[in-house]
Design a protein. Structure first.
Ligand code: NDP
Length: 331
């Protein structure tokens, strides 16, 4: 089987040279272990941070070790009482075609509720990030204006729709005309801005006549600079990510304080892991909205294990709409 190792720590934008694809044997499970065939691999921007040798909320990947992320797999062989052959499982597993793992490193998923891929998208880590970040930190109220950047991505597209469910005016910022059209026509945003062709500050002023009450931050940099002058008093800013800074050595720096002081706004960083004890609640509510047709989702599915690195690199080029996944095998 093939597996993908981190060969070098990328300095700026990662390339294929930072990874190595190697062949290894699959092995056989011991007592308490299962052999899992990889079905879907989740590629995520946060993995870029784990490629740096810096202290964070999650340890860095080690050089010459297998990269890992969210994986949906199928149990092929079980030496555990907790799993049967053919069970569909979710866990943080290696970027390889098969994983031998301890029984407590994955959990079974219920594919009667929704297709298995959704446990890596709208019902998975990114959907839960949107749900808890927006509702717990953003606290959107009916009639307020919510702006989200990275709006057509996995987290952003769900943030905007939840804000609509809560009765807000929703404005999305994304990087292409196709994404803007998707936000307006499919996801029900009230306004959408293409940061590659429009002056974000001017467009935001037009799209937010009553100012901004919640800014869900996914990108950082110059896009978020344009947000701050429009903050209303007591605005809330869930700081989810800053993808525009992930491939630069330079720190984006503190240039927002004055606006925060003037408006008594709250800006709070978070990781979805802070809410792990409430994941079941999030999944239930997201699944209900999904079933009722109030929440839609997009997935960009790249087919083939050999395309995993490309799918990861594409995140930084904006090639994906909704959640980016790699389909490695059929169930
Ligand atoms: P997305 O599906 O949004 O994919 C990344 C998108 O980011 C691209 O499609 C692209 O869209 C946009 N992008 C890429 N480079 C830039 C840039 N330089 N400037 C502006 N936009 C850019 O990924 P996710 O939804 O998984 O993640 C979104 C954010 O949320 C990331 O910052 C991520 O790190 C963060 N995150 C945080 C979590 C937490 O627990 N705090 C958990 C999960 C994600 P476009 O075409 O619009 O540029």
């Amino acid at each position: 089987q093939k597996q993908i190792l981190l060969k070098k720590r990328p300095k700026e934008t990662p390339t294929h040279n930072d990874f190595e694809v190697v062949e290894t044997s699959i092995g056989t499970p011991s007592d308490g272990e299962i052999l899992v065939k990889t079905i879907y691999i989740s590629v995520d921007p946060y993995l870029r941070g784990r490629m740096n040798d810096t202290k964070s909320y999650i340890p860095p990947f080690k050089l010459n070790e297998v990269i890992s992320s969210g994986v949906i797999g199928q149990v092929i062989e079980s030496k555990s009482n907790r799993f049967d052959k053919n069970d569909i499982v979710l866990g943080s597993l290696g970027w390889q075609e098969y994983n031998i793992i301890k029984e407590d490193s994955v959990r079974k998923i219920n594919t009667n509720i929704a297709p298995e891929s959704t446990y890596l998208s709208v019902l998975g880590m990114t959907g839960l990030t949107a749900y808890f970040g927006l509702l717990d930190i953003g606290k959107p109220k009916e009639g307020e204006t919510v702006v989200v950047s990275g709006a057509a991505g996995a987290v952003g597209s769900i943030v905007g729709q939840i804000a609509k469910i809560k009765g807000c005016r929703v404005v999305g910022i994304a990087g292409s005309e196709d994404k803007v059209n998707l936000l307006l026509n499919d996801f029900g945003f009230d306004a959408a801005i293409n940061y590659n062709t429009q002056d974000v500050g001017v467009a935001l002023e037009e799209a937010c006549p009553d100012g901004i009450d919640v800014y869900f931050e996914n990108v950082g940099g110059t896009i978020s600079d344009a947000i701050f002058p429009l903050l209303n008093n007591f605005a809330r800013i869930p700081v989810c990510g800053a993808i525009s800074a992930y491939n630069t050595a330079e720190d984006i720096g503190p240039r927002v304080q004055t606006h925060l002081i003037k408006t008594s706004s709250l800006m709070q960083g978070f990781t979805v892991g802070n809410y792990s004890s409430r994941f079941e609640e999030g999944i239930q509510e997201l699944a209900t909205w999904l079933k009722d047709g109030r929440l839609k989702y997009e997935e960009t599915i790249t087919v083939g294990f050999d395309k995993t690195i490309d799918a990861f690199l594409d995140l930084f080029k904006g090639a994906n709409i909704g959640k980016s996944l790699v389909k490695v095998a059929e169930i």
